[in-house]
Design a protein around this ligand. Structure first.
Ligand code: HEM
Length: 128
């Protein structure tokens, strides 16, 4: 495996871990688990999302892709911010539980669209 493939594999691994952690943490809330989230479950998602962003930026840099020029990358970069914010809202938003569940479901849909963008390399993602 060359260094680029290792970076790409790490990027895809971080993306997979990120959504698994979101689903695990979200499911604990959905079933109204009596215990609060353990410390590792509150910290690891931030570490994984940071690594996801860093590996993505490194891949783009190595490939010489500028998000201001390459539209699918620009949209992907915007959507990762939306995904991270929705993930935070899903666990921190005050008020009715339905709002947090809504943010959680939207975060999963945005994640799926980012995967569609990554695979099709089209800014339209699902709608390509
Ligand atoms: C939730 C967030 C993300 C997910 C799920 C995701 C997913 C993926 C996947 C599955 C691939 C492999 C595509 C393939 O080989 O066909 C990929 C490649 C890539 N991603 Fe991401 N990614 C995410 C965030 C980012 C971010 C934030 C950036 C840049 C800042 C980025 C930049 C790239 C680049 C440059 C490639 C390589 C494309 C190529 O080989 O031509 N990704 N991503």
């Amino acid at each position: 495996m060359n260094p680029f493939d290792v970076l790409l594999a790490s990027h895809v691994l971080m993306a997979t871990l990120s959504v698994c952690l979101l689903v695990f943490r979200g499911s604990r809330r959905l079933i109204q688990h009596p215990l609060p989230d353990p410390r590792w479950l509150r910290i690891t998602p931030h570490v994984v999302d940071t690594l996801l962003l860093l590996t993505g930026i490194s891949l783009a840099w190595i490939l010489g892709l500028d998000p201001r020029v390459v539209s699918w990358l620009g949209v992907k970069l915007l959507l990762i911010v939306v995904y991270i914010v929705l993930g935070l809202l899903a666990f921190r938003l005050p008020g009715p539980r339905g709002l947090r569940i809504g943010a959680f479901i939207l975060a999963l849909l945005v994640f799926a669209d980012i995967v569609a963008i990554a695979i099709t390399r089209s800014p339209w993602g699902f709608w390509a």
